[in-house]
Design a protein around this ligand. Sequence first.
Ligand SMILES: [Zn+2]
Length: 121
Amino acid sequence: MSTRLTRLEEEGVIKRTPYQDRPVRYDYRLTEKGKDLFPVILSLRGWGNEWCGLKTSQKPAVRMVHTGCGGEVGADPTCTTCGERLIPKNVSSSFSKLFARERTHRNTSFGLEKRVRNNSN
Ligand SMILES: [Zn+2]
């Protein structure tokens, strides 16, 4: 994961900023270049939900909602409910219960500290 973050930082997709001194910990934020990837991410997410084993009766691992109107976010770069352009800042995400349990289990297994952050911008 560290290698991927370093690569994304080197490519100018994310910017690393310290948020704690002892021990030094970093927060990763999208740059303007990274924010422009958002429609691509939505499209890939939609493709994955359609073609990678998600049954129509299942909830996606991550539910995304347009904060402007509460509409569900799909693969489109605009909200299908109100037509507004979707950007990271106006979309909120939440994990399904199953995915949240899986993440907790994985973090516990690897001894990782659980860290929930708001990535709204
Ligand atoms: Zn909307």
